[in-house]
Write a protein that binds this ligand. Structure first.
Ligand code: GTP
Ligand code: MG
Length: 456
């Protein structure tokens, strides 16, 4: 039997309410060991999910808080085990002392994600739902939180299980045909098989096609701000952030290293990366900085190529144009619009399309740039409810499953023996099972829960 664990479930620091969770066979006895209800009733005698008012006791038996306690017995609890919760005043000192008192009654400190891991191991959540818990906690936008809530409710797991079920049925039939060739089992209905495989492929393709939006929704849009020195890249970063994050000076070559900051634009999160000015650098540090700037542009979802409108274009600007052209999404920014325009804006627009003219100094034109970025990445304001794939591990499993399904279809069409088709279907099933946790390896499951916070 798993041992009994406890943790402070609420955030560190002073809060209005602080919650301590306990889970395991000894949870309710442990709760009774540090709690004295006002009415005199023991928590072991209280019905599930009823809040009981009383005194919380420290290791020396003295009262350390007046709080509420509730219990939920297995299997009707978050973890599927007996659980107890204290709702205390949110003093870190009180919570830490209560936890120590629990430890001295034989309960141990929970590891990161251990409550949710127990819920998964006890079959209350599948792995996609467990992963949605952390996605929900970490969601930075409304879309991301709604999608995670849908997945916590089982939307993704259900979708995967439907495909899994159809393939499993197919596989069982193949096995029967191979293992009992003389039995009266429905003959190979090739057309049905092809249909099932094609339907599974379409469903997985549709799911995988949501991953790009999902990745952006979860991790934000990596946005590289590039340009030659002194065009106002750091000023643009600061203007977008609304505070002086990066050092700005009139000297070319001020920014040496990349600087990354997140901002929220409506339903979008941008991971802005300010970079060193692109030029033939003399010293090693600047050379490395320029290399990092190029790397940032290469790996970015969006490149903001900044030019100084107040100066004529240079060969360094040409280099920036080339780098930006290779980007997946790019917007030319003609900065310093508060000064007289000397740059050949049409030359920039010929390469990168309509430019956004703005002044990082005065803020003019900044809102228009922000709207453009939002339009580029927002999906018609559609708020998802769990149908968007946001997780790299899950996307990879879908990809591998699709690959196996394609091989299975090829094998079926080319008329090879049924066992070759079956092998591919089995591989596809195994990959799909990783998403819900049917077939996920133990080390991978452990890795997933290590990402959680303690107390969840
Ligand atoms: N007039 C005007 N000056 C600006 C504007 N944006 C930036 N500047 C000035 O341009 C100079 C360079 O700005 P930075 O933001 O440091 O330029 P940078 O591209 O980050 O430069 P490096 O880090 O050296 O590559 C500073 O003196 C800024 O005050 C603008 O919109 N208008
Ligand atoms: Mg700079």
């Amino acid at each position: 039997m798993a041992d009994t664990i406890a943790a402070i479930a609420t955030g560190s620091g002073v809060t209005a309410i602080g919650i301590i969770r306990i889970s395991g066979a000894a949870a309710i006895d442990a709760a009774d060991s540090i709690f004295r209800s006002k009415s005199g009733i023991k928590m072991s005698e209280v019905v599930d999910r009823k809040l009981i008012y009383g005194e919380l006791l420290g290791r020396d038996g003295c009262v350390i808080d007046i709080c509420l306690c509730t219990v939920s017995r297995k299997p009707n609890s978050y973890t599927g085990e007996d659980t107890a919760e204290f709702h205390c005043h949110g003093s870190p000192v009180v919570l830490a002392e209560a936890l120590r008192a629990l430890m001295s009654s034989g309960v141990r400190q929970a590891q990161a994600g251990e409550f949710t891991k127990r819920a998964f191991l006890n079959g209350l959540l599948d792995l996609s739902q467990a992963e949605a818990v952390i996605d929900l906690i970490e969601a930075e936008t409304e879309s991301a939180s709604r999608n995670a809530a849908g997945q916590l409710g089982g939307v993704l797991g259900k979708k995967i299980e439907e495909i899994y079920g159809a393939l499993l049925h197919l596989s069982a039939h193949f096995f029967a045909v191979i293992d009992y060739p003389d039995e009266d089992i429905e003959a190979f209905e090739l057309k049905d098989y092809k249909n099932t495989l094609a339907q599974a492929e379409t469903a997985l393709c549709t799911l995988l096609s949501t991953y790009n939006r999902g990745r952006i929704m979860k991790d934000g849009v990596k946005t590289a701000i590039i340009g030659r020195p002194n065009v106002g890249k750091s000023s643009l970063l600061n203007a977008l952030l609304g505070y002086e994050r990066a050092i700005v000076t009139e000297h070319a070559g001020t920014t040496r290293d990349t600087i990354e900051e997140k901002i929220r634009l409506g339903s979008l999160v941008l991971r802005l990366v300010d970079t060193a000015g692109i030029r033939e650098a003399e010293d090693t540090a600047e050379k490395l900085g320029v290399a990092r700037a190029r790397d940032a542009a290469e790996s970015a979802e969006l490149v903001l190529a900044v030019f100084a409108g107040s100066e004529t274009l240079t060969s360094e600007d040409e280099a920036v144009l080339k780098i930006a052209q290779a980007g997946i999404n790019k917007i030319a920014v003609i900065n310093k619009s508060d000064l007289e325009t000397k740059a050949d804006v049409s030359a920039v627009e010929k390469e990168l399309g309509t430019a956004s003219c703005l002044s990082s100094l005065t803020g003019t034109g900044l809102d228009a740039l922000i709207s453009r970025i939002e339009q580029l990445f927002e999906d018609g304001k559609h708020i998802p409810s769990g149908e968007i794939l946001t997780n790299m591990r899950q996307a990879d499993a879908v990809r591998r499953s699709l690959e196996s399904l394609r091989l299975a279809q090829e094998a079926l069409s080319s008329g090879v023996t049924p066992d070759a088709v079956l092998t591919e279907i089995e591989t596809a099933l195994s990959s799909l099972g990783e998403i819900t946790g049917r077939t996920a390896r133990e080390d991978i499951v452990s890795q997933i829960f290590e990402r959680f916070c303690v107390g969840k």
